[in-house]
Design a protein around this ligand. Structure first.
Ligand SMILES: [Zn+2]
Length: 239
């Protein structure tokens, strides 16, 4: 009888120690979260843990053929947006599209697929980026062995994303809205064009242009503004 009571006593003492340890652990975690400035957890975190992911030759060949590209927030000539930080200015790897109202006036404005393509990434790659969508396109390229090259268009700092990885989107489809990357910047769209079949979030600034090409020059070269006010229907790809 006495033995049994002692065992119970020991057991309850162990339980007490365990619960105290648990409380210390939880308290410690809470302090750690507070100290590290733990932000609101983004709704859809899709980390790319590999250094990069390369589209296989079959995946590349199956990408939709994009015959035409447009400005992702409408035309600059339409005077509703301007390029706040052009390609290669202060080592920038893209263009920053901003509403002419400045500040956060363009927050929540629609961001459109610049060209018909496939969503190869939609998520939050890391701090500084916010929501990011990457579309991969097959683009006619006379110099390439197959007659086409893979280009990617990158849309970052989005407030919301309206597409998922693997989806094929037509040029002009709304893929998300202009955001601030969780309040880190005044609302704008960081837009990049990459000539590469390697999919990775990367960096927004670098000493060398890497695989990036000047977005506005690319769109002008692949647009159709010369003499045409209206764009043709998005699915002109015949595939
Ligand atoms: Zn930028």
């Amino acid at each position: 009888m006495g033995e049994c009571a002692r065992e119970l006593k020991v057991e309850s003492w162990e339980l007490r120690v365990e619960s105290v340890l648990m409380r210390v652990l939880i308290f410690g975690l809470l302090i750690l979260m507070a100290v590290s400035g733990c932000r609101e957890v983004p709704t859809e975190v899709v980390p790319l843990d590999a250094a990069f992911l390369r589209l296989s030759p079959i995946e590349a060949a199956e990408l939709p053929l994009a015959t035409r590209f447009e400005m992702p927030m409408g035309g600059e000539n339409g005077a509703l947006v301007y390029n706040a930080q052009p390609f290669r200015v202060t080592r920038h790897l893209g263009d920053d599209w901003n509403g002419i109202g400045g500040w956060n006036s363009d927050k929540g404005d629609a961001v459109f697929a610049s060209g018909t393509g496939k969503v190869v990434y939609a998520g939050v790659p890391g701090p500084g980026w916010g929501n990011m969508v990457i579309l991969a396109h097959r683009v006619a390229d006379e110099g390439a062995v197959l007659g086409w090259s893979v280009y990617q268009t990158v849309y970052a700092h989005l407030e919301s994303m309206e597409v998922k990885s693997g989806e094929v989107v037509e040029r002009g489809k709304k893929i998300g809205t202009v955001g601030t990357a969780d309040g880190q910047y005044w609302a704008h769209l960081h837009f990049e064009v990459r000539r590469s079949d390697a999919v990775y979030p990367g960096v927004g600034y670098a000493d060398a242009p890497l695989d990036r090409v000047p977005p506005d020059a690319f769109i002008k070269a692949h647009g159709g503004l010369a003499g045409k006010i209206f764009a043709p229907a998005p699915m002109e790809v015949g595939e």
